[in-house]
Design a protein around this ligand. Structure first.
Ligand code: FMN
Length: 157
């Protein structure tokens, strides 16, 4: 089966400052919250650090269906990934295997209480409307506009 988290998806993950993790509780009520510490792993997996996310963890334990979206705000594009989540509690094999990948992003000041792992099964592209309005812009032009929009000067730029 073809990979879901292709190099293109991984590139956007690495260039997204955070993701939004949507979960549902046992009654089907939705909840969404931002997570900055997240990355991709092999096997079409995404991992997210549970640092301060008791609600997401509670919901996943009740219903593993989740959706994660992320966008590269400067390139104005991203993805929406649906899948099944599980929670690796501190000390478990899954927690230990994934911890260093999250620690690389968080540093050591934050306590990662558990690791949320999502196995992706569906992916949809997210484009900003600017791709419709200005379809012929180059990536460099889009980046330039993105930096201007957010008042950012890229490092070394
Ligand atoms: C910019 C930003 C980044 C965040 N990153 C994380 C994160 O990586 N992991 C985490 O557990 N909480 C993170 N949080 C905090 C959670 O989003 C917040 O505690 C939220 O209320 C958790 O909701 P939940 O318990 O329903 O998951 C972040 C919050 C913000 C504003």
């Amino acid at each position: 089966m073809a990979a879901i988290l292709t190099d293109m998806v991984k590139f956007d993950i690495e260039n997204s400052v955070l993701c939004w993790l949507a979960t549902v509780d046992e009654d089907g009520a939705p909840s969404v919250s931002p997570k900055e510490i997240f990355t991709h792993r092999d096997g079409d997996r995404l991992i997210v650090a549970d640092i301060a996310s008791p609600g997401s963890v509670r919901n996943i334990l009740a219903n593993p269906l989740v959706c994660i979206s992320f966008v590269d705000i400067f390139r104005q594009r991203g993805f929406k990934v649906k899948g099944r989540a599980s929670v690796h509690v501190a000390g478990s094999v899954g927690y230990v295997e994934n911890l260093e990948h999250l620690r690389r992003l968080s540093g050591s000041d934050y306590q990662i209480r558990s690791v949320i792992e999502v196995v992706a099964d569906k992916i949809t592209r997210i484009w900003a409307p600017s791709y419709l309005v200005y379809p012929n812009f180059s990536e460099a032009e889009r980046l330039e506009r993105g930096y201007a929009t957010y008042g950012v000067t890229p490092m070394g730029g």
